[in-house]
Design a protein around this ligand. Structure first.
Ligand code: SF4
Length: 419
């Protein structure tokens, strides 16, 4: 059953959480470093983390191959609490997905329909999308997230017009939209280079770009799962150009399909190097491959324990990224709670049931929406400090001591809190 961690696994995870909490209370890694049974290579990595030093790609692969969940959790939680303490961020946002039709045919994609499957698709006009934006008038949302399929009619002129129109209607709404997959396609079609295109997007009112389309950068994997769309190098180049315009973006990695651990580390290494050059990334978001209704359905999904290991290694490896985010709608509310002890400090937003990308891939949340109260409770249940943020992580409201009227008891499982 999706979203259900078998009892044994759940107990293990809970014990790991308790372990992480106990270790974190010392605020150093001495507890771990004094463990005589810890292999020398893992002790060396722990020492590096304690001293704030960067680990190498070889050490990153070693973590995937040799480190157990408790060790990874202690290191990742140490870094997370050094950077943020118990602070845990979320935002109030909604999505617009212009179309689920796409000229590309990515093997892992459960969301898109090919042009020849038009009857299963939707295509929003600019007016449709503006009406969605207008439906949030007067509501305290701070961000609209716009991504979807790639179609010829959604071209440079269309998006310039769309962004200008949203901006004219609601100047305070942060527009986070499109990925290098769309940018590469629309700029090529318009016969303009990336630098010209990204400048146009900025001038039209685009505020930031989300992390999607990164998948796995390694050409030998990308060629098999996402043939024809922008390459890993092109993805990185577009983000670099955007950062050099003084703008910010996020980064993702699709894991748990046909890639190896070395491919994951190579992916993160390329992000880390770009971040060294620009400091333009805000958040890294590991995205779990889901196997429902796509061309890789024969693959078994990785376990929740592997998800937690992956969050933790991401936190340890990407020393120059401020934030690690878990999409609660993709991994379930319970796993999102657990992830907060494995390096994650952001669990995304309220969503308001406005995205189909996760649900069509088989995510547990088939109608992903949480009230602010539910999100806050979810974070508080695991002893963390909820903060509503804007897209750039400025705090909008501190919910630490907020007591909601008509408090409704949520029905998901509370984790033990030891501090
Ligand atoms: S992942 Fe994106 S680019 Fe690939 S088929 Fe799906 S919608 Fe199209």
């Amino acid at each position: 059953m999706r979203g259900f961690i078998p009892t044994l696994g759940l107990n293990i995870v809970y014990r790991m959480c308790i372990f992480v909490k106990i270790a974190a209370m010392s605020s150093t890694l001495s507890f771990l470093l004094s463990d005589p049974s810890l292999p020398i290579a893992l002790k060396a990595i722990a020492q590096k983390v304690q001293q704030g030093e960067r680990i190498s790609p070889e050490e990153g692969i070693l973590l995937y191959e040799k480190a157990d969940l408790s060790y990874l959790g202690v290191l990742a939680n140490f870094i997370r609490e050094q950077k943020h303490g118990h602070k845990t961020y979320f935002n109030r946002n909604f999505h617009i997905e212009p179309t689920n039709l796409c000229v590309y045919d990515c093997k892992f994609c459960s969301y898109s329909r090919l042009l020849k499957q038009k009857e299963e698709g939707w295509q929003f006009t600019k007016e449709d999308m503006l009406n969605i934006v207008k439906s949030y008038d007067g509501q305290p949302v701070t961000e609209v997230h716009i991504v979807g399929g790639v179609l010829p009619q959604y071209d440079v002129d269309f998006y310039v017009d769309l962004f200008q129109s949203i901006r004219a209607h609601r100047a305070d709404l942060h527009i986070k939209a499109l990925t290098p997959v769309e940018f590469h396609y629309i700029f090529k079609k318009a016969k303009i280079d990336y630098a010209t295109g990204m400048k146009l997007m900025k001038e039209a009112g685009l505020n930031s770009i989300p992390g999607g389309g990164a998948e796995i950068f390694a050409p030998e994997i990308r060629e098999q799962i996402a043939k024809d769309k922008c390459t890993g190098d092109q993805w990185l180049e577009i983000h670099e150009i955007w950062h050099n315009l003084g703008m910010r973006s996020n980064a993702t990695m699709l894991y748990g399909h046909i890639e190896s651990y070395a491919h994951r580390i190579d992916h993160m290494e390329q992000l880390r190097q770009l971040q060294d050059r620009t400091a333009g990334f805000q958040t890294f978001i590991p995205l779990k491959f889901r196997n429902q209704d796509n061309q890789l359905s024969h693959l078994t999904e990785v376990s929740v324990l592997e998800d937690l290991r992956n969050y933790a290694i991401s936190r340890i490896y990407l020393d120059n990224f401020d934030h690690i985010k878990a999409y609660w709608a993709m991994i379930s509310r319970q796993t999102a709670q657990l992830s907060l002890s494995f390096g994650v400090d952001d669990i995304d937003g309220t969503l308001d049931d406005t995205t189909k990308i996760y649900t069509m891939a088989g995510a547990e949340e088939q109608n992903p929406a949480m009230s602010t109260q539910e999100l806050v409770n979810l974070i508080k249940q695991v002893g963390r400090h909820p903060l509503e943020r804007d897209t750039h992580y400025h705090v909008i409201q501190d919910f630490k001591d907020v007591v909601f009227e008509d408090e409704v008891k949520p029905n998901y499982y509370p984790l033990p809190v030891l501090n």
